[in-house]
Design a binder for this molecule. Structure first.
Ligand SMILES: *Cc1c(COP(=O)(O)O)cnc(C)c1O
Length: 362
């Protein structure tokens, strides 16, 4: 292997090289067992240790204390779109959603199959290029919960501060910005994230639920849908995604060793500042697609003066080891995904490519 590319794919996405090396080193003989982690029982002490360590590491890093259940389950973030209303949208209540993009609208669609849904605010009319304003007066009186998508992976927008929902529980899809900065995660009564963007490989979904919120979920749910099933058994009711949880644990250790969420935030801030500053100082050439006060730290979306130049940017990037820069088809242009595991060097390489385009075509 000569070198690794800078992988800007939106998900699954780049993983820390150190983590991959550990996986490689341990693959054939996991900690002296003579077996691969891929072969050992999910009931073994070795896996139990991994599961428990990942669980407590995540709680520590996110500053959650002991008030939360942390679940590692399969099905992706997408399964939670329906699991959440099945658990928490009771008869006579209304689920309140903020519609900020492709994933948020999918979550809304699923909830509508289960019960009453109210869309509090939407930025659909402007192709979701901003986070809409709303206040607590906009929620319904009978709100079961308020659901947000904290970072909109496709449209490149992100909540800059969290809404005050008062006594209504705030639920969130954190798939593309979980653990990307230091913040008060206790504001969420429930959060979930497919691991494959900021925390690990695909196959495991992290769900965090306040204990007293889970105590009040609906009765008589199908076993696998009921979050209590997984909470009571420490995510070991059935065979969990063992390999993905193992890598998740390694990524969490990597985050801890890199200064925890404060350390991660510092680098993430440097990366996004580098790209946004360049976009802003060449606004005659680059056109960011998200409104300035809604910008995502994780997915930076912008257009070039022509589609032809955009294609050139993507192919020239790929030829230089920068891959995955193509924007989603619903918005076009360029998307630079700067998840936790993307290095500052990666962001610098993109900025060099951008600078070379300004020189050549600006
Ligand atoms: C990627 C993504 C999803 C979908 O995740 P799956 O694990 O593939 O179901 C949902 N929400 C957001 C915000 C995402 O970025």
């Amino acid at each position: 292997m000569k070198y690794r590319v800078f992988n800007f794919n939106p998900g699954p996405s780049t993983l820390p090289l150190e983590v991959l090396k550990t996986v490689q080193r341990e693959l054939l003989d996991f900690q002296g067992t003579g077996m691969s982690i891929l072969e050992i029982s999910h009931r073994s002490t070795q896996f139990e240790d991994i599961n428990n360590t990942a669980n407590s590491l995540l709680k520590d890093l996110m500053g959650l204390g002991n008030g939360y259940h942390i679940l590692f389950i399969g099905g992706g973030a997408s399964s939670q779109f329906s699991n959440i209303p099945q658990n928490f949208l009771k008869q006579g209540m209304t689920a309140n959603y903020i519609d900020t993009g492709t994933w948020a609208s999918k979550a809304i669609k699923e909830a509508e199959k289960i019960g009453n849904v109210f869309v509090v605010a939407s930025s659909k009319g402007k192709n979701y290029n901003y986070i809409p304003d709303f206040t607590s007066k906009d929620f319904t009186k009978d709100a079961a919960y308020v659901h947000i998508t904290s970072n909109n992976t496709i449209k490149g927008t992100q909540f800059q501060c969290l809404p005050d929902t008062g006594s209504i529980p705030l639920f969130a899809d954190l798939s593309s910005d979980i653990c990307s900065k230091n913040m008060n995660y206790k504001q969420y009564s429930l959060f979930y994230a497919g691991a494959q963007k900021n925390l690990g490989p695909s196959g495991v979904t992290v769900v965090g639920i306040r204990k007293e919120v889970l105590e009040n979920n609906k009765d008589n749910l199908p076993t696998m849908v009921d979050y209590n099933t997984h909470a009571k058994k420490n995510s070991l009711f059935n065979t969990p995604p063992v390999f993905a949880i193992y890598i998740l644990k390694l990524v969490l250790e990597w985050i801890k060793n890199n200064g925890g969420l404060s350390g991660i935030e510092k680098v993430n801030r440097q990366k996004k500042d580098l790209i946004y500053n360049l976009l802003d100082s060449h606004s005659d050439f680059f056109k960011p697609t998200a409104e300035k006060n809604s910008r995502s730290w994780m997915n930076i979306t912008f257009r070039l003066p022509s589609e032809e130049l955009e294609m050139k940017f993507i192919s020239e990037g790929a030829a230089n080891g920068l891959i995955g820069l193509k924007g989603h088809r619903s918005i076009g242009g360029i998307r630079v995904s700067l998840y936790n595991a993307m290095t500052l060097e990666g962001a610098e390489a993109v900025s060099e490519l951008m600078n070379s385009f300004i020189k050549k075509y600006g």
